[in-house]
Design a protein around this ligand. Structure first.
Ligand code: ZN
Length: 277
């Protein structure tokens, strides 16, 4: 019993010490979790459910998983109910809150009903037409906003040439965003048992407008009837949420300074000229 108490004390001290280190280093203490779409913006339609319902369910579960795993991290949601939030307002919320990470949760759709798996996107130049089409579909949400031409400086997600504007801006958070996205994909394989389609880049308006490292996760395909059922299952939603929360934890750990290797005193040997004096 004493041993158990001691173990508990050691674990508590380690958690407190890690939390303290993270706080001193300013590492991902505040994260914004963004449930894609909402309200009149249904997102990708599935046979049984719309994307907006799945993104909200997974986003809320992700927030809870983060709270449980890292109570010291503050979670901010862009929406907690079925309401429409313009893309620029989602980004503004993250920027004005001085968030350290932005995690946007979506579900994919494609022309083939057999395509499946999860993929994570960071803001950048698309390498394939397929990736470009994903960004175009997600950016189409802004067309449902009033005054979208004013809010996005005339950007139209349907015009290929308008993406040049997005690509001109250097993404200062690219390295960190790719690091987070890789950890998300790793956890999607290990914890959510999903097929890993990889980390990709494309011009997503919501990532373009945010000023911190960010990732847009396409958790799975609602256009695939089998994967749609998988995504509706609450246990699978919970596993996806745990995967994302664990990726955030892995990311925070990766930012901690490497421990200094100090040799034990009795293994330190003095230089020769010193030992022969
Ligand atoms: Zn979406």
């Amino acid at each position: 019993m004493k041993r158990l108490k001691m173990l508990f004390l050691i674990c508590t001290l380690m958690a407190a010490s890690l939390s303290g280190l993270c706080q001193r280093a300013g590492i991902a203490e505040r994260i914004v979790i963004d449930a894609g779409h909402g309200g009149h913006d249904l997102g990708a339609p599935g046979a049984l459910v719309d994307e907006k319902e799945l993104t909200l369910a997974i986003a809320l579960r992700t927030g809870n998983a983060v709270n449980k795993l890292m109570p010291e991290v503050e979670v901010i949601y862009t929406r907690t109910s079925d309401v429409f939030v313009p893309l620029h307002q989602r980004a503004a919320l993250a920027n004005n809150s001085n968030a350290d990470l932005f995690i946007s949760i979506h579900c994919n759709s494609g022309p083939s009903p057999t395509t499946f798996g999860s993929e994570s996107y960071v803001m950048g130049i698309h390498k394939t037409q397929e990736n470009f089409e994903v960004a175009k579909k997600e950016n189409a949400a802004l067309l449902t906003e009033k005054n979208y031409t004013e809010n996005y400086e005339g950007f139209n997600p349907d015009y290929d040439e308008d993406y040049i504007m997005l690509h001109l801006l250097q993404n200062n958070n690219l390295e960190q965003s790719i690091s987070l996205a890789s950890m998300v994909q790793q956890q999607m394989r290990a914890t959510a048992h999903m097929y890993d389609r990889g980390v990709m880049q494309a011009g997503f308006m919501v990532l373009y407008l945010t000023t911190m490292p960010g990732v847009l996760i396409e958790t799975g395909f609602v256009s695939n009837p089998a994967e749609e059922k998988f995504l509706i299952d609450t246990l699978n939603q919970q596993n996806i949420a745990s995967a994302i929360a664990r990726a955030v934890m892995d990311y925070r750990h990766s930012l901690l300074p490497a421990p200094q290797m100090v040799a034990p005193a009795d293994t330190i040997t003095l230089p020769k000229e010193e030992t022969h004096k």
